[in-house]
Design a protein around this ligand. Structure first.
Ligand code: CAA
Length: 389
C-alpha cells in the first residue's frame, strides 16, 4: 500500500491521530462485530474515548475539551471510523452536532453547564431536528415551544435522533412562531431527565447498529427560558450552521468505512488465487483497486480541505457550507462505491458475517442519508455555485 503525501501535519496532530488509531485497534476492533450484532450501545468504550479527549476535540480545555483544531478532529475520527462506524457517529454527533453549536451560539453559563460534562465524555449529547413528516425540508417541523413566564413548554414528536435512547442532553429545535416558517424556529437545550421528555421506539437499523437511534416525544415538557440557545427565530440558522460542521464528521465517517473496506479488499486481492494467479493480477480486479484508492484519496483531501475551511471560518465567523457539502457528497458516495466493490472482490466471503466487509457495506449506506441526503448536498452545492436562493 502506498501512503500518498497529504497535508503537513503538526506533531500534535500526529500524536492525536496515533492515539486514536491505537485505541481503535486495541479497544474497539475486538468488540465491533459483537456490538453490531447485538445493537447494544458501547458505553464503556465511549467513556474511555471521553477520558482520552475524543468526545470534545475542538472544545477549549476550560469546558472539558481537548482544545485542538478541526483538522485534529477529523484525523482522530477517521481512525475510529476505520474500525467501527457506530463509535464514529456517536463521536461525531457529540463533537459536531452537540458541542459545536453550543460553543458557537451559547452563553457562558450554557457552555459551563451543557458542554463541560459532554466534552469530557462523562455524559452524551444529541441533536434533534427531524420529525416524522419533516426531514430534508427541515423548515416544516410541527413541534412547538410556547413561552410561559420564565419557562418554555415543549410539545411534539422528533425522529431519527442519534444517541436518542442514551443521551443525557439534547439540542432540540421547535417552532415558537409557526407562521414565520424557518424564521419562527428556535433552538433549546434540554436535559434528558426533564419530565415530559419521553424516549420513543428505538429504530431497528441496517447498519451502524451499535449507535442507538430513536424518536423523542415531548409532552408538556417544561424547561427554563435560560435554556434557549440563541434568540427566538434563530433556530433554523443555528441548525444549518451546526449541520455544516456535522457534515464534515459524516464525510469522515464515510472515509473511515471506505478505507477499512479498501484495505480488506486490497489484501484479499493479493492472496486469493483463481485460474493460477492472485485475483488482483486480473485487470478486472486491479482496476477496481485503482478506482477505490483514487476515490478514497480524493475524499480525504476534500475532507481535510473542509476541516481547514472550517478552522478559517472560526476566525471571521464565516461559512464553509460549500466545502462541507462537497466533502460529504463525495465521501459518502465513495463509501458506497468502495464497500460495494470490496464485497464483490471478496465474492461469497464478502457476503459472510465471518468477515467485516458486509458490515462496512451496511454501515456505508447511512452516510448518503443522514445530516442531509446526497440530493440535499447537491442542492446546497448547486445553489451556492449558481447564486440561487
Ligand atoms: N449556514 C447558515 N445559514 C444558512 C445555512 C447555513 N449552512 N443554510 C441556510 N441558511 C440560511 C439562509 O441564508 C437563509 O437565511 P435568510 O432567510 O436570512 O437569507 C435561511 O437559512 C433559509 O435558507 P434556505 O432558503 O436555503 O432554506 P430551505 O428551506 O430552502 O432549506 C436546505 C435549505 C439546504 C434544504 C435545508 O433545509 C437542509 O439542509 N435540509 C436538510 C436537513 C438535514 O440535513 N437534516 C438532517 C438532520 S440531523 C440527522 O441526520 C440525525 C442525526 O442525529 C445524525
Amino acid at each position: 500500500m502506498t501512503d500518498l503525501p497529504i497535508y503537513p501535519l503538526s506533531d500534535e496532530h500526529k500524536m492525536l491521530r496515533d492515539a486514536a488509531r491505537d485505541f481503535a485497534q486495541k479497544e474497539i476492533a475486538p468488540i465491533a462485530a459483537e456490538f453490531d450484532e447485538s445493537g447494544e450501545f458501547p458505553r464503556q468504550t465511549i467513556k474511555k474515548m471521553g477520558d482520552l479527549g475524543f468526545m470534545g476535540i475542538e472544545v477549549p480545555e476550560a469546558y472539558g475539551g481537548a482544545g485542538m483544531d478541526s483538522l485534529a478532529y477529523v484525523l482522530a475520527l477517521e481512525e475510529i471510523c476505520k474500525v467501527d462506524a457506530s463509535h464514529g457517529v456517536i463521536m461525531s454527533v457529540n463533537n459536531s452536532l452537540y458541542c459545536h453549536g453550543i460553543l458557537k451560539f451559547g452563553t457562558e453559563e450554557q457552555k459551563q453547564k451543557f458542554i463541560t460534562p459532554i466534552a469530557s465524555g462523562k455524559a452524551i449529547g444529541a441533536y434533534s431536528l427531524t420529525e416524522p413528516q419533516s426531514g430534508s425540508d427541515a423548515g416544516t417541523m410541527k413541534s412547538k415551544a410556547i413561552r410561559d413566564g420564565n419557562f418554555y413548554i415543549l410539545n411534539g414528536r422528533k425522529s431519527w435522533v442519534t444517541s436518542g435512547p442514551v443521551a443525557d442532553y439534547f439540542v432540540v429545535f421547535m417552532m415558537t412562531d409557526p407562521a414565520k416558517k424557518q424564521k419562527g424556529m428556535t433552538a433549546f437545550l434540554v436535559e434528558g431527565s426533564t419530565p415530559g421528555l419521553i424516549r420513543g421506539k428505538k429504530e431497528p437499523k441496517l447498519g451502524i447498529r451499535a449507535s442507538s437511534t430513536s424518536e423523542l416525544i415531548f409532552e408538556d415538557c417544561k424547561i427554563p427560558a435560560a435554556n434557549r440557545l440563541g434568540e427566538e427565530g434563530e433556530g433554523f440558522k443555528i441548525a444549518m450552521t451546526v449541520l455544516d460542521a456535522g457534515r464534515i464528521g459524516i464525510a469522515t465517517q464515510a472515509l473511515g468505512i471506505a478505507e477499512a473496506a479498501y484495505e480488506a479488499a486490497r489484501q484479499y486481492a493479493g492472496q486469493r488465487e483463481a485460474f493460477g494467479q492472485p485475483i488482483g493480477a486480473f485487470q478486472g480486479t486491479g482496476f477496481k483497486i485503482a478506482d477505490m484508492k483514487t476515490r478514497i484519496e480524493a475524499s480525504r483531501l476534500l475532507i481535510y480541505n473542509a476541516a481547514i475551511a472550517k478552522e478559517k471560518a472560526k476566525e471571521k465567523n464565516g461559512r464553509y457550507s460549500l466545502e462541507a457539502s462537497i466533502a460529504k457528497l463525495f465521501a459518502s458516495e465513495t463509501a458506497m462505491f468502495v464497500t460495494h466493490q470490496a464485497v464483490q472482490i471478496h465474492g461469497g466471503m464478502g457476503y459472510s458475517k465471518e468477515l467485516p466487509v458486509e458490515r462496512y457495506f451496511r454501515d456505508a449506506k447511512i452516510t448518503e442519508i443522514y445530516e442531509g441526503t446526497s440530493e440535499i448536498q447537491r442542492l446546497v452545492i448547486s445553489r451556492l455555485e449558481l447564486g440561487i436562493k
